[in-house]
Design a protein around this ligand. Structure first.
Ligand SMILES: NC(=O)c1ccc[n+]([C@@H]2O[C@H](COP(=O)([O-])OP(=O)(O)OC[C@H]3O[C@@H](n4cnc5c(N)ncnc54)[C@H](O)[C@@H]3O)[C@@H](O)[C@H]2O)c1
Length: 480
């Protein structure tokens, strides 16, 4: 029986391995992690991450050919294929701080693999890593190998949170990069055979190592760039009276452009986009490509601009001050159908409003109070470390309350900010909400999900990103 071990039981390691176990009953899959609480959760009824369809897949295979364990060394030693899906945070100190990837966790995983291995292994990079990481890992493994042979493959993951299971069942492509040597090609074939259990052969792309590593960074940079492009347009739409939804529809029907990833919003978030672009920028800088680096920097700058613009719209609409005013925040996760808050735009929007002394009442169907308080107190980039190594929040932010109901959040508030596109926010009884709010009552829709006409009929003053402005907002500049 082929044995797979995956180091890192996070948003990537957990779902990908669960799907491999489901699709390949003849393969034994162990997912290991240094976080005891995470593994305990994977072995319980309350999985550590929320992802539609994940519960069912895990329940079907757990204890059969899918195992979650903290015994990292035992499972790595026994495995034929070792996936590494650990955190790759942005460095906060030293060379490349604020841009380069911190490969501490990757390196310690590689050293441990070399230490405990007694048989040849294929080591698969699943984490998103800078170009040429495989080469570094190869060096660590081969210099500590005691005669054991390791083949390194790059197999970046393209799943999107919120649709991870569907993405894994039917991937647009699976990408496998390896050495162009006979042993490298053999290793590629072994991994290809795993995916071939359910992925059509023409969707399994093979490349050299560096192309696979760079393709992942490039794909995320292109996706984020589309969002920044449409968000830049949204600012222009507000200034001119055009409607960004109409513009993006007209643009997206061009088959060369396509309709996806063209929704204007308060900005992109998630653990990957910013981090991967920063990585790309760092690699460009290191290679003397300042113009290319500056081009990609702009994608992040527009994203920050969009979040600031949103905060300024809220503050300027409310007579230029939100001091002491209650504002309801609907949605904190970085997108719907996930409880993940890493780099969510809600953090910057909330911090911006708190900076103007607002009182916030936050509701998200999947995010806990503890998580929100951590996010609002943690330093930039500190979030991307194994949970047990993250700093505890020193003290809760007093002006923030977290509630379990959108109506409770909105009660007595002056305004509502919709920051995540949860389906339930489309179906709220906005008449009921209006009646229990202070007047004038505002809705700031950061995801363009509200029915603007209906809300205006009820009596709300509505700001919707990139849409013709409410007369109330017309003479108020979005940016000071
Ligand atoms: N989240 C996504 O949507 C996504 C998509 C594609 C790629 N990626 C990439 O995949 C990688 C993992 O992302 P994630 O979202 O799953 O992160 P995550 O933080 O959810 O999971 C990483 C896990 O690795 C564990 N870990 C760290 N060092 C370890 C070690 N030495 N031994 C054992 N376990 C260790 C941590 O405890 C943590 O549980 C990152 O490089 C990320 O950029 C993420």
């Amino acid at each position: 029986m082929v044995k797979i071990c995956c180091i890192g039981a996070g948003y990537v390691g957990g779902p990908t391995m669960a799907v491999i176990a489901l699709k390949c009953p003849s393969i034994a899959v162990a997912v290991v992690d240094i976080s005891v609480s995470r593994i305990a959760a994977w072995n319980s009824d309350q999985l550590p991450i929320y992802e539609p369809g994940l519960d069912e897949v895990v329940k079907r295979r757990r204890g059969k050919n899918l195992f979650f364990s903290t015994d990292v060394e035992k499972h790595v030693a026994e495995a034929d294929i070792v996936f590494v899906s650990v955190n790759t945070p942005t460095k906060t100190q030293g060379l490349g701080a604020g841009k380069a990837a911190d490969l501490t966790y990757w390196e310690s995983a590689a050293r441990m693999i070399a230490d405990v291995s007694k048989s040849n292994k294929i080591v698969v990079e699943k984490s998103t890593v800078p170009v040429k990481t495989a080469e570094a890992i190869e060096k660590i493994l081969s210099h500590n190998s005691k005669g054991i042979k390791f083949q390194i493959l790059s197999n970046p993951e393209f799943l999107a949170e919120g649709t991870a299971i569907q993405d894994l069942f039917k991937p647009d492509r699976v990408l496998i990069g390896g050495r162009e040597t006979p042993d490298g090609q053999k290793a590629i074939q072994v991994l290809k055979d795993v995916y071939a259990h359910w992925v059509p052969e023409d969707r399994i792309l093979t490349t050299n190592l560096w192309s696979a590593e760079l393709s992942k960074l490039a794909a995320n940079a292109f996706l984020a760039q589309r969002i920044s492009s449409v968000n830049a347009m949204s600012a222009l739409c507000e200034a001119t009276g055009a409607d960004v939804s109409q513009v993006s529809h007209a643009v997206g029907t061009d088959t060369r452009i396509g309709p996806k990833f063209l929704n204007a919003s308060v900005g992109f978030g998630g653990s990957c986009f910013q981090k991967d672009i920063l990585n790309l920028i760092y690699i460009c800088d290191c290679n003397g490509l300042a113009e290319v680096a500056n081009y990609w920097k702009q994608v992040i700058k527009v994203n920050d601009y969009q979040k600031n613009r949103f905060v300024n719209r809220v503050v300027s609409s409310m007579f230029n001050t939100v001091s002491g005013k209650k504002i309801a925040i609907l949605g904190f996760a970085f997108k719907k159908d996930t409880g993940d808050t890493r780099e969510t735009p809600a953090i910057d929007v909330c911090k911006g409003l708190l900076g103007d002394k607002a009182r916030l009442s936050i509701y998200d169907p999947q995010v806990t109070e503890d998580q929100i308080q951590r996010d609002l107190t943690m330093k930039k980039f500190d979030w991307d470390h194994p949970i047990h190594l993250q700093p505890m929040s020193p003290s809760a932010v007093k002006q923030v309350s977290v509630v379990w109901d959108a109506y409770e959040a909105a009660k007595d508030s002056h305004g509502i900010c919709i920051l995540t596109e949860w389906d339930e926010f489309r179906k709220l009884d906005y008449q009921r909400i209006f009646e229990c709010m202070q007047k004038p009552a505002f809705v700031f829709d950061g995801r363009n999900i509200a029915d603007v006409e209906k809300l205006r009929e009820i009596g709300f003053i509505v700001y919707s990103i990139g849409k013709p402005l409410d007369p109330w907002l017309k003479d108020m500049p979005a940016m000071a």
